[in-house]
Write a protein that binds this ligand. Structure first.
Ligand code: UD1
Ligand code: CA
Length: 443
């Protein structure tokens, strides 16, 4: 409902409706892989999902994907709201679009490639804006390259009006010198695309139906030229995969630094673009921060730390540790050598020290577990001291059980707390205890 409303509002404001079709049926032979090319990952996310996530930011009415090679594997990693079309034989980009002809309606349709993950929302918005402002039948994203080899060339007349796109393998000597190339993304008026698709023929050096042959049949074709060509780097092999990872990483780190985050060693720091980090936080070397992660202000993260899908407040220190699906409030310190697993919640001023593992555990304010401890399926009160070597024995071989520890409890070193267990407020447990029964309050 909320998404629908957002979509309607957006389209009232922008005055137009648009669909996105992503071509991802190519074989990707040069990857030398058992898996389809678009399933390979950069920054932990599949190439196709980078493209889909960027497309979603444009609020299209629908997103379609054309799949071919091993499509059942790709289908599994797509979000549910994507329409899937199949191109069983790869006869070219025009043929791929034709395989999804039922997807083409009156509204504008933006064609993207599944192997080109670095394209930005801003560039696509600019392309769409030019398309709408000029009321074009098609608008092509182009780039000026010093070395245009491999790309389709944009042929224009003496007054700069678009005439045709000629694929690299089909160019003559004169055309080879043209530096303006087809970056690979085109927006069409839906009806014009359909008209043009029925006119293209595979009479070229590759015997393929080229999508790039469609614009020459249209009356009003515009081009929009890109500033940063790295956005349209297509991934054909593992070298380009690593290049794309590097470009995405540099782009993300620069953006964070410009917005007030200190990154001591960008060469050894990996942060994915969706991560949010507050001002004056310092990221130390060899640190990896991925997924749906938010980190507040004045934190120190790393060195040698990996954080995935965590919410972290202000003034938190995480040193040489692993944190996954955890929530950490303010003024908390974690590590060195801690492991926070799924469902960990650390409230204000908590201290989790070296060689401490937590899972599905809530640790309330001012509590400390500083050394060699496992806390699993537990709720721990405020101002508790968990001594070195404490273990919540949460598993009896068949089932998991819960441990409740009240406020101001003192657990002596090397204690085993055999769950299910309830330890009331102000209890005191001597060092080396094995607790198998609930503990009442000390009077
Ligand atoms: C294409 C363009 C070229 C442009 C270049 C930019 C055409 C004919 N050429 O060339 O002008 O400069 O991109 O990178 O469009 N695909 C299918 N089915 C097919 C063939 C391809 O789904 O039958 C998909 C691929 O999976 C890929 C995309 O279309 O995601 C592009 O195909 P690719 O073969 O890489 O085109 P290029 O030769 O790079
Ligand atoms: Ca390509």
């Amino acid at each position: 409902m909320k998404i629908m409303l957002k979509y309607i509002l957006y389209n009232i404001v922008s005055g137009c409706v648009m669909r996105v079709l992503i071509l991802a049926a190519g074989l990707g032979k040069r990857m030398k892989s058992k898996y389809p090319k678009v399933m390979h990952k950069i920054m932990g996310k599949e190439l196709i999902n980078w493209v889909i996530d960027t497309a979603k930011k444009l609020n299209p009415s629908k997103i379609g994907v054309v799949l071919g090679h091993k499509n059942e594997l790709v289908k599994k990693i797509l979000p549910d709201d994507i329409e899937v079309f199949y191109q069983m034989e790869q006869l070219g980009t025009g043929h791929a679009v034709m395989s999804a002809k039922d997807f083409i309606a009156d509204e504008d349709i933006l064609i993207l490639y599944g192997d080109t993950p670095l394209i930005t929302e801003k560039t696509l918005k600019n392309l769409l804006e030019k398309h709408r402002n000029t009321n074009a039948d098609a608008t092509i994203l182009t780039a000026i390259l010093n070395n245009p080899t491999g790309y389709g060339r944009i042929i224009k007349n003496e007054i700069g009006k678009f005439i045709d796109i000629v694929e690299d393998v089909d160019t003559n000597e004169e055309q080879k010198k043209i530096k303006e190339v087809n970056a690979g993304f085109v927006v069409f008026k839906g009806s014009k695309l359909l008209e043009g698709l029925f006119k293209i023929k595979p009479n070229n050096n590759q015997g393929e139906y080229y999508l790039t042959d469609v614009p020459k049949f249209l009356d009003n074709v515009e081009t929009y030229t890109l500033e940063d060509f790295s956005e349209v780097l297509g991934i054909n092999n593992r070298i380009q995969l690593a290049e794309a990872e590097k470009i995405l990483k540099e782009r993300t780190l620069k953006n964070l630094m410009i917005n007030g985050v200190t990154i001591i060693d960008p060469d050894t720091t990996y942060i994915s673009p969706e991560v949010k980090i507050g001002q004056d936080t310092i990221i130390h070397p060899m640190t990896f921060i991925f997924g749906n992660t938010e980190i507040g202000e004045d934190c120190e993260i790393g060195p040698m730390t990996r954080i995935l899908n965590c919410k972290i407040g202000n003034n938190v220190k995480v040193i040489r540790s692993e944190c996954e699906d955890a929530k950490i409030e303010n003024n908390v310190s974690v590590g060195p050598y801690s492991r926070l697993r799924t469902g960990t919640v650390l409230k204000d001023n908590v201290k989790i020290g070296n060689f401490v593992e937590t899972k599905k555990t809530i640790v309330n304010k001012n509590t400390k577990a500083q050394h060699l401890t496992y806390l699993g399926d537990a709720t721990i009160g405020e101002d508790v001291n968990i001594g070195a070597g404490t273990i919540t024995c949460n598993y009896d071989g068949k089932n998991k059980h819960k441990t409740f520890i009240g406020d101001r409890v003192f657990v002596g070193s090397n204690s085993s707390l055999v769950a299910p267990l309830n330890i009331e407020n102000d209890s005191l447990i001597g060092a080396g205890s094995t607790i198998t029964q609930d503990i009442q309050k000390v009077l």
